[in-house]
Design a protein around this ligand. Structure first.
Ligand code: DAK
Length: 257
């Protein structure tokens, strides 16, 4: 891996992926995206990993797709480039994925953070879709996810002007879970991931899938999906253990079975 750093057990059962092109503000070139796709796939299959934190550095989470790499491309070149496999892999990842964002989260960087399940932002984080300023528009979910999070008026202004919003504004509108001082943002993400990693991996997986359905389906279909997954948790040893531990007034030991 040249452009990302992967730590399988950064904390117990919590893996860390760090985007690592600091001089280019972690601009997402094709190799970085392919490395990210492969790392996510591997960590998602690793039974020792129960949650994944994705981060950049203090100055930049990611300043977008690599403009220098895209500059000379034609529409047909872009069509043939297999960029979507990374975004598909992010969506397919069954384990909770938490973005720890500091500094720039722009264009594809903002879209990457929004595709994660939760976002912990540092006070310096800024979120934006500046593609319009370079004559294009968001292409990896920005117009959809920003609109769902912020509402039409705010998303429209951001997408049509390219202006970013601060971490505090993002928090106010529910785009991020919380804002913490820069030096604490990664630790806060680990804390959240660690909390989830102690719970039943079976229940966590089904619950994540169900929350995501709220965005992807109509209410009736989402409720139906949620109910089916709820019943399915009763097929797990973790459900038996969790409820037995409650009754016996002890801590449960979850095995992901
Ligand atoms: N691409 C390539 N290089 C970048 C970059 C980017 N997006 N952002 C920054 N860099 C490079 C700069 O060129 C500079 O390199 P050198 O010139 O030193 O070699 C270095 O990083 C430091 O940047 P600056 O000197 O510009 O630093 P400043 O603090 O002055 O400014 C900035 C920081 C973030 C405001 C500025 O760098 C900037 O405006 N960057 C571009 C932001 C942007 O427009 N992002 C959107 C890109 S379009 C898709 C998937 C993804 C996408 C589309 C489709 N599919 C799956 C279909 C995504 C598209 C995009 O993200």
């Amino acid at each position: 891996m040249e452009f990302i750093l992967v730590t399988q057990q950064a904390r117990p059962h919590v893996a860390l992926i760090q985007l690592n092109r600091p001089k280019e503000l972690n601009a997402l070139n094709l190799q970085l995206m392919a490395e990210l796709r492969d790392a996510l796939k591997e960590l998602d299959q690793n039974e020792e990993v129960r949650a994944i934190v994705l981060t950049g550095n203090e100055r930049a989470f990611a300043a977008g797709a690599d403009i220098k790499q895209m500059a000379g491309k034609t529409a047909i070149d872009m069509l043939h480039i297999d960029q979507f496999s990374t975004w598909d892999q992010i969506k397919k990842t069954k384990k909770p994925l938490i973005a720890a964002v500091s500094g720039f989260a722009l264009g594809g960087g903002c879209e990457l953070a929004m595709t994660c399940d939760m976002i912990i932002a540092s006070e310096t984080a800024q979120f934006g879709q500046p593609e319009i300023k370079i004559g294009v528009m968001p292409g990896a979910g920005g117009t959809q996810r920003l609109t769902r999070a912020l509402g039409k008026a705010r998303a429209m202004e951001m997408v049509l002007t390219g202006k970013s919003i601060s971490a505090r504004e993002a928090e106010k509108h529910g785009l991020v879970n919380r804002v913490v001082p820069v030096e604490l943002h990664l630790e806060e993400a680990f804390k959240l991931a660690g909390e989830i990693a102690q719970l039943s991996p079976v229940a966590v997986k089904l619950a994540k899938e169900s929350v995501n359905r709220a965005f992807e389906a109509h209410l009736e279909e989402g409720l139906h999906f949620e109910r089916k997954n709820f019943y399915l948790t009763f097929a797990s040893e973790d459900q038996t253990e969790g409820m037995a531990a409650f009754v016996e007034k002890r801590q449960p030991v979850f095995k992901g079975r």
